[in-house]
Design a protein around this ligand. Structure first.
Ligand SMILES: [Zn+2]
Ligand SMILES: [Zn+2]
Length: 168
C-alpha cells in the first residue's frame, strides 16, 4: 500500500485504513483472518518524513498447551524514518532511510507486514494459567478433571513431563 505525498503540506497528517490481510501479503497466514486496522501518523517536513504505524487486529490461535482455539487482540506500533541528513542516516542506531524530497508516495507494505508478524507472541496460551491436556488420557484439564491425577504417577514419567513443561 502506498500513501500519496502529493499535495501534502508540511506538518502532521493522520490516515486510517481497514484492510484485509491480503493487502499486506498475508492472505495465507493461519492466524490473521480478521480485518487489520491501521492508523498512520505522518509528519512531513522539507528535510524528513516520519511515520508512526499503529496496527490492531484480532488474531486466531491454537493454544500451545491445550490445543484449543482462542482469539487475541494484537497491537503493535512501529516507526519509519526518512531523513536527508546522510550522516544521521549512516550513524544512527535506528534504521533511518534516505529521504527523497521529490518522492510522490511512500510504500508502507513491508513495514506494516513486519509489524503484524512482530505482534504475534512467541508463546501462545489461551490464558496464563492454562492447565493443558492430561498426559495420561488427553482430556483438556481446563474443562474437566480426570482420574489420572489421583493415580500414582511413575516418577520417571513425571521427570519426563517436567522436561516437556520446561521446554514450552
Ligand atoms: Zn490452553
Ligand atoms: Zn487424565
Amino acid at each position: 500500500m502506498k500513501i500519496s505525498l502529493v499535495g501534502l503540506g508540511p506538518g502532521v497528517h493522520q490516515f486510517h485504513f481497514e484492510e484485509k490481510p491480503a493487502m499486506w501479503g498475508l492472505e495465507n497466514h493461519p492466524n490473521l483472518r480478521a480485518n487489520i486496522l491501521l492508523d498512520v501518523q505522518l509528519e512531513k517536513a522539507p528535510t524528513h518524513l516520519y511515520l508512526r504505524n499503529h496496527i490492531q487486529t484480532l488474531g486466531r490461535f491454537e493454544c500451545d498447551r491445550c490445543l484449543s482455539e482462542f482469539e487475541m487482540m494484537l497491537e503493535e506500533v512501529g516507526r519509519v524514518m526518512f531523513s536527508d541528513d546522510l550522516d544521521l542516516v549512516q550513524s544512527s542506531d535506528e534504521e533511518i532511510r534516505t529521504f527523497d524530497p521529490d518522492a510522490r508516495e511512500v510504500d508502507i507494505t513491508d513495514d506494516v507486514r513486519d509489524l503484524l508478524l512482530l505482534s504475534i507472541p512467541a508463546k501462545l496460551l489461551c490464558r496464563k494459567d492454562c492447565k493443558g491436556l492430561c498426559a495420561g488420557c488427553g482430556v483438556n484439564l481446563n474443562e474437566e478433571s480426570c482420574r489420572c491425577a489421583s493415580q500414582a504417577v511413575d516418577p520417571r514419567w513425571q521427570a519426563l513431563q517436567q522436561l516437556l513443561d520446561n521446554s514450552k
